[in-house]
Design a protein around this ligand. Sequence first.
Ligand code: ADP
Length: 254
Amino acid sequence: ISINAAPLLDEHGEVTGGIGTFMDVTQRRKSIQHKDEFISVASHELRTPVTTLQASLQLLSRMKDNPSNVMLPKLIDQANKSLNRVSVLIEDLLNATKMTDGQLHLIKTPTTLSGLLQDCCNHVLTGHTHYLTTSGDMELQANIDADKIEQVITNLVNNAIKYAPNSQEILVNIAREGNFAKISITDKGQGIPPEKLPYLFDRYYRVDSSGKQYSGLGLGLYICAEIVKRHNGDIGADSHLGQGSTFWFTLPLN
Ligand code: ADP
C-alpha cells in the first residue's frame, strides 16, 4: 500500500486537520515484476546466440589468411544460425507489440491452403531431419493474408521440430469443417500436461518456465492466436503426455 498525507491549514496557517490517501499498488508492483522478469528472459535469450555469433566471427577472422581451413563452412553455418535466431527473437518481440497495440493490418487474397502449407513447410524444414506427411483436402481455398498465415504455420512447425526432437515425422492435415478449413499439425514429441493446455496461447506463457531444457520467449503461440483471431478463425491444442501434440487452427472458407 502506498500512503500519502497532507495537512489541512486554516487562513492563519494553523493545522486544523489532514488528508490521507491509501492506494493499493499490488497490481502495479506485480506488473513491474512481470516486466522485469520478461526483460531478464529476453536479454538472456538474445545473449546466447549473440555470444555464439561473436565467437564464430572471431574464429573466422583468424582464419581469413587460410581460406581452405576445414572448419570454415561449419563456422559460417553456426554464425548464420545464431544470426537467424536473433532475428527471429526480434521479429517475435516486434510482432507481439504490434498485436497488443492493435496494429495488425491484414491484406487478404484468395489462397489455396495446401500450396501455402507446402511452400512454407519446405522452407522451415530445410536443414532439419524432420519430414512432413500431408493429407486431406488439397483444393480448399480461403481469403487470407498469406504472409501472416505463413507465420502461423512456420511457428507451429518450428515448435513441432523443437519440442519433438526425437520423432522426425510431422503430420499436416487440411480438412473441411462446415464453412471452415481446419489445419492440424501433429508431432509425436513429449506432449503437454493437460492442466497447462488452457494457458498455451497466453502471452509469455511457457510450460517449462525455467527455460532449462528449451529456450524461448513464450510469444510464438500468442502471435499465432492473434493472427488467427483476426481472420475470424479459432486455434487450439490437443495433447497426450509422452505421445505428442496436435496444434490446429481454422479459417473461414471463401
Ligand atoms: P516458446 O516456444 O518460445 O516457449 P511458444 O508460444 O511457441 O513459445 O510456446 C509456448 C509453450 O508451449 C512452449 O514453451 C512449450 O512449452 C509449449 N509447446 C509449444 N509447442 C509445443 C509442442 N509442439 N510440443 C510440446 N510443447 C509445446
